[in-house]
Design a protein around this ligand. Structure first.
Ligand code: NAP
Length: 493
């Protein structure tokens, strides 16, 4: 490991911040068969530590403990749950630096970006600590005079939360915070690539007074854990962030016990630069949406559609900005882009670039592995990308910006919507009329106008079409963890 990474790892380890066991019923537990898996630093390829490699048996116990705790946690007042969540938020913010360092170690993103994710992830806990107190019902005017009709909202029960490696904290908090706020309890399955941030957050939840069993963490064999969550009738809700392929499997598996499901899946975000855009705003916004987290976010601009009148100007200025990005270990000062998560992700990026070149696209900047080795890839801009290329059809999930030329607004909308995905879309224009018109025409759950970073805890996040079901964040995020119950009181005359 680099000197920095080594000293950070040993400091976090000796302060007890690096946890290696699963977390069931408030206790730190090894895998029952003693198996472990290695967690790597993607910047160096070195092993940070070994964590428990769990499966179905541990997951069943985690479900039992979540179910037992549900009976008491759901009976607390909203104010009591709110106080616990607020304390958890405070503890995460008090440990922001350590959590950020842990994230850079296991995920590779630059330290500033990792600390930004800690703040962003914590913001969901703070928001839902407040929202816990606002779970209102309704009184409905009855159709018969001797009746009174009420609607109340109640927690769904035990929630299985399965999360990816690209946002090791925020993808967890935006599920777990509303679930706990509503009175649900959770079994979290973080990615085996980034379990350490999840485990550290779980430890802080106990210190915050969230009772043992309300938050459980199991990691290891994804399919065994997934099957145990799906099979259990006690798990009433599956919330998943990850690939569309796995999301579809979970949706099908949840049918057996008719669970509620919410899915945050892959995107294929168009970023449309119109001729009338402010060039500086468009450059800044496109850089932000494309290259954050080395291009490994579901809302990353995946296709940059540039109108023909501004294409040359934009592609020259954009390539210059991309070329100046510093690539390296996330602990090094000034680094804007870390490694790609692993070899298979790197191969995917390489194969997409090769496919585009073989079909006539032009590499404007980058286009190959970085001289640093490992999974570092040069920040890349590819021009003359066409709809039939893989770069335009699927998520590249890496630091590659494909530019596609278009002539008219109608053509841009057609290209933008010509995909099964429907998560985020962006546009840059100075025309208010166009921004409304195009926003309404885009088949996407999120639209950014003249802005590349649009995620916030106060707004609903989620996709249309095959990008998912349900919304996370904002008041709408609470509904995912609540059942609506109608109560009819008769014989009132
Ligand atoms: P992934 O392979 O689907 O993994 C996501 C999670 O699912 C991981 O915890 C993984 O475990 C687990 N998993 C894999 N197979 C499973 C199974 N059969 N049963 C139960 N769980 C299973 O996705 P990824 O490659 O980690 O993440 C990248 C994808 O996530 C991209 O498509 C991206 O767009 C999407 N994403 C979407 C959003 C959004 O909000 N829409 C946000 C972030 C990412 P292991 O890692 O331990 O194998």
């Amino acid at each position: 490991m680099s000197t920095n990474a080594r000293s950070v790892a040993s400091r976090l380890s000796s302060s007890g911040f690096i946890r290696t066991q699963g977390f069931i019923g408030g206790k730190w537990v090894d895998a029952y068969d003693g198996k472990t898996i290695e967690v790597y630093n993607p910047a160096t390829g070195e092993v940070i530590t070994n964590v428990a490699c769990m499966g179905g048996r541990e997951t069943k116990d985690a479900i039992t403990s979540a179910h037992n705790t549900f009976l008491s946690w759901s009976k607390l007042t909203a104010a009591e749950r709110s106080r616990c969540l607020r304390k958890w938020f405070d503890l995460i913010m008090a440990n922001k630096e350590e959590l950020g360092q842990l994230m850079t170690l296991e995920q590779g993103k630059p330290l500033d970006e990792a600390m930004g994710e800690v703040t962003y992830g914590a913001s969901y806990i703070e928001f839902y600590a407040e929202e816990a107190k606002r779970v209102y019902g309704d009184i409905i005017p009855a159709a018969l005079p001797d009746r009174r009709l009420f609607v109340m909202k109640q927690p769904v029960g035990v929630v299985g939360a399965i999360t990816p490696w690209n946002f090791p904290l925020a993808m967890i908090t935006r599920k777990v915070a509303p679930a706990l706020a509503c009175g649900c309890t959770v079994v979290i399955k973080p990615s085996e690539l980034t379990p350490l941030t999840a485990l550290a957050a779980a430890e802080l939840s106990i210190q915050a007074g969230i009772p043992p069993g309300a938050v459980n963490v199991v990691m290891g064999s994804a399919s065994d854990i997934g099957e145990a969550l799906l099979a259990s009738p006690q798990v009433r809700k599956i919330t998943f962030t990850g690939s569309t392929t796995v999301g579809k499997k979970l949706m099908a598996g949840a049918a057996e016990t008719v669970k509620k499901v919410s899915l945050e899946l892959g995107g294929n975000a168009p970023c449309i630069i119109f001729d009338d855009a402010d060039l500086d705003v468009a450059l800044k916004g496109t850089m932000a949406t494309k290259f954050r987290n080395s291009g490994q976010t579901c809302v990353c601009a995946n296709r940059i559609l540039v109108q023909e009148g501004i294409y040359d100007k934009f592609s020259i200025a954009f390539s210059k900005a991309v070329e100046s990005m510093k690539v390296g270990d996330g602990f090094v000062e000034g680094v804007a882009q870390g490694p790609i998560i692993n070899d298979s992700a790197l191969h995917k990026v390489e194969s997409f670039v090769q496919d585009a070149i073989s079909k006539g696209a032009k590499v404007l900047i980058g286009g190959k592995r970085h001289s640093l080795g490992m999974t570092f890839y040069e920040p890349t801009v590819i021009g003359d990308v066409k709809s039939e290329m893989l770069l335009a059809r699927e998520e590249v999930f890496g630091p590659v910006a494909p530019l596609m030329k278009f002539k008219t607004e109608e053509e841009a909308i057609h290209i933008a919507n010509d995909t099964n995905a429907g998560l985020a879309a962006y546009m840059f224009t100075t025309s208010i009329k166009r921004s409304w018109r195009v926003s309404e025409a885009l088949e996407y759950g999120l639209v950014g106008i003249n802005e590349g970073q649009i995620s916030t805890e106060v707004a609903p996040f989620g996709g249309m079409k095959q990008s998912g079901l349900g919304r996370e964040g904002s008041k709408y995020g609470m509904d995912e963890y609540l059942e609506i119950k109608y109560v009819c009181l008769g014989n009132m005359s």
